[in-house]
Design a protein around this ligand. Structure first.
Ligand code: JCF
Length: 691
């Protein structure tokens, strides 16, 4: 093969593989094979620079830096769109579209509205020759070298027949996962931290040095054809997007054809509910009349197409005033600063409190009381302060946030351990806030699910010192409960007695909660780092609660999804004398006033089949007398590494552990050719795994 032919072949192959990898999520070859051909291409280009093609994947890493971007004119302007914000405006839009077509029910192509930067990409005979920013719509900046570094943008279009000329428009954006990874790394290494994915994408795309752009995790979705020559395009918006996809251009997977205002409304609501789970930011939906013929007939106003509209979501960020900061003590003693805000409507709800997380976050934001702050509420996530509008700060009327040194609830010293973000109240048992939160967690729906114990009642129980631990809940009599005085809540309710009716309900709820699936009981204990899913893992892997209480470090570490941090919290929890007392009180049975909780074991996962355990899937048999440990200890150690231990040898036996004076199992193993491991080897091997 001639050099030129081989070169062309390499470029085409690598580009094809890149599309499969980045756009179709379906790698055609292992990474190493891609790397091998890529290196061959690099060598060829190095030896003969005249070979270098416009669509060479080596452009992906960024070429030489420029001092300024060149201006380029768009032959067809990049449009913006009108926007609407509510149902009424949606119906107005649909009515206009319908009236244009004699009142028929209109078919629409509905898409997510991506929150990135609009770009135009020009392909000549299938080769990417120019990338440009939107600019003012008529004139943008030439960012060809930068867009070539974006892996999901094909350098050459796919297929036998490609347009002679294609000007395709779409959005460049940074996926949330990439944004978070980037920022995490930047915080660690002291690099540039971005405010949000949109800023990150904008900053990354306008780099004069394309090598910088190449390192940023950008991606692209195509959504519109500005101009196309020498290619038969289908006659609906939706089909055109599919055509772009066939050419190798990435198209958003959430695009749909819907009918009428009700179809648009349903699409909008569905997308709004999917929004938190998407890996990219969207700020609404784009709704287009699907028929291209109708689009062309309707045309444009001075600024925007008549046949499309952006139906925006309620904004997730709004400005408001930070009135004060208070400090809340959680169940583990963690002290959380809470921003008290002038109420503001954001992300579909009125917000008057937001978390400030911890002391470091306050420092990072440089926020002061009296500042105008940006409140962010995305999905059902707790509202946060995402920034300060320094522009609006009046230096005379702001004051510093002072982190307390003593617990606002019990006066104990607040400590911050090295390497921990949270400061904690050291009060433990004496801190009413910790007990209150512990009880609220214990009774909550995913835990013991004891109905009726709201924050007002729990506050009163703790305040009146009627309970000193979660176990005391079960000792409460109807009289104890009925005589509780409920303080006025901040909901305007007056102080009053709880009363017998409610008291009886609560007592009944307590009694009904005794028999509880083990995972809920584990979760209810409030062990740090043990959420519902970890609790479930523990319950499935320990036969009894007692087994869990006596678990060893390596047993915990062998379970899926349990890391060293959670494992250590679990060990610490069960090593704490007070916790053991509370657990023993919770499990105590016998007289009328025992709590008598009954954790019901879950069906066991077959003897520790944890996938990542070192001996998972292997069956061992022990024979003879071991001198360094007894047989049950050997069995436990093997099981803790994920092995199965069986009493008889078969073809399925992986190995036989052999001590002094072995019996018939030894001979059977020899007959079947099963591996035999003698005690000294066995002990050494165990030591390697730290058991
Ligand atoms: O996702 C977007 N931001 C977006 C912008 C999607 C579209 O389909 C667009 C657009 C801007 C103009 N379509 C046009 C015509």
């Amino acid at each position: 093969m001639s050099d030129i032919k081989r070169y062309r072949d390499l470029v085409d192959t690598l580009n094809r593989w890149a599309v499969a990898y980045y756009n179709d999520d379906a790698p055609l070859v292992p990474d190493a094979e891609y790397d091998r051909l890529y290196r061959e291409l690099e060598v060829m280009e190095h030896n003969d620079p005249t070979l270098v093609a416009q669509d060479s994947p080596t452009h992906r890493v960024g070429g030489t830096a420029v001092t300024a971007f060149e201006s380029v004119e768009h032959s067809v302007p990049l449009m913006s769109m009108g926007d609407i914000f509510n149902d009424e405006e949606l119906h107005d839009f649909d009515r206009r579209m319908s009236e244009f077509q004699e009142g028929i029910q209109v078919e629409y192509c509905a898409e997510p509205k991506l929150d990135g930067l609009a770009v135009s990409l020009i392909y000549e005979n299938g080769v990417l020759v120019r990338g440009a920013t939107r600019g003012d719509g008529k004139v943008g900046e030439n960012i060809t070298a930068n867009v070539k570094t974006i892996k999901s943008i094909p350098l050459r279009l796919n297929g036998e027949t490609v347009p002679e000329y294609l000007d395709v428009r779409g959005e460049v954006f940074m996926p949330r996962s990439g944004f978070e990874r980037w920022n995490e790394n930047a915080r660690l290494k002291g690099g540039k931290v971005f405010a949000n994915p949109r800023n990150a994408a904008a900053g990354s795309l306008r780099q004069l040095d394309p090598a910088v752009t190449a390192r940023r995790p950008l991606t692209f979705n195509a959504y519109y054809i500005g101009e196309c020559r020498g290619y038969d395009l289908p006659d609906t918006q939706y089909a055109r997007l599919q055509a772009l996809k066939k050419l190798g251009l990435p198209v958003n997977p959430n695009v749909k054809v819907v009918n009428g205002a009700s179809g648009l409304d349903e699409f909008y609501k569905d997308l709004l509910s999917k929004r938190p789970a998407l890996d990219y930011d969207i700020d609404g939906t784009v709704l287009k009349v699907n028929s291209i013929k109708v689009q062309e007939a309707m045309g444009f106003t001075a600024k925007v197409p008549r046949w499309a509209i952006a139906y925006k979501f309620p904004p997730e960020e709004m400005m408001t005033k930070l009135l004060d900061v208070t400090f809340q003590v959680g169940r583990t003693g963690a002290v959380t600063p809470v921003a008290r805000l002038k109420p503001v409507y954001v992300g579909g709800a009125t917000v008057s409190n937001a978390t400030l997380h911890n002391e470091d976050e306050i420092k990072r934001l440089r926020v002061k009381i009296g500042d105008i702050v940006v409140v962010r509420r995305a999905g059902d996530v707790i509202p946060q302060i995402s920034g300060v509008v320094l522009e609006k700060r009046d230096a005379n009327s702001v004051k510093d946030i002072v982190f307390p040194q003593f617990c606002p609830e019990c006066g104990s010293k607040i400590e911050r351990l090295e390497g921990e973000a949270a400061a904690r109240c050291t009060g433990g048992l004496v801190c009413p806030a910790q007990l209150r939160e512990e009880i609220l967690h214990f009774v909550s729906r995913d835990a013991m699910d004891i109905e009726g114990f709201g924050s007002r009642i729990v506050e009163a129980l703790v305040g009146a010192k009627k309970v000193k631990s979660i176990a005391d809940l079960y000792l409460l009599t109807v009289e104890d409960l009925a005589s509780l005085v409920l303080d006025p809540g901040n909901d305007g309710k007056k102080a009053r007695l709880l009363g017998v009716v409610t008291a009886k309900k609560l007592r009944k709820a307590l009694d009904a909660s005794r028999s509880v699936p083990m995972n809920r009981f584990i979760y209810a204990l409030g062990i740090r780092e043990v959420g519902t899913s970890t609790a479930l893992t523990l319950a499935k892997n320990f036969k009894t609660f007692d087994d869990l209480m006596h678990a060893k470090l390596n047993q915990l570490l062998n379970l899926p999804d349990i890391g060293i941090v959670a494992a250590e919290h679990i060990l610490d929890f069960f090593a704490e004398k007070h916790n053991l007392e509370v657990i023993s009180a919770l499990l105590a049975k016998g007289d009328l006033f025992s709590a008598g909780i009954e954790p019901v074991p879950l069906p066991q996962i077959a003897e520790q089949q944890a996938e990542n355990a070192p001996l998972a899937g292997k069956t061992y048999v022990i024979t003879g007398t071991l001198s360094s440990m007894d047989r049950s200890a050997a069995k436990e150690k093997l099981q803790s590494l994920g092995a199965k231990v069986s009493g008889s040898v078969s073809k399925k036996t992986y190995a036989v552990i052999c001590g002094e004076a072995p019996g018939s199992k030894f001979t059977k193993a020899q007959e079947l050719g099963v591996k035999i491991i003698y005690e000294d080897e066995f002990v050494k091997a165990l030591a390697k795994f730290g058991v």
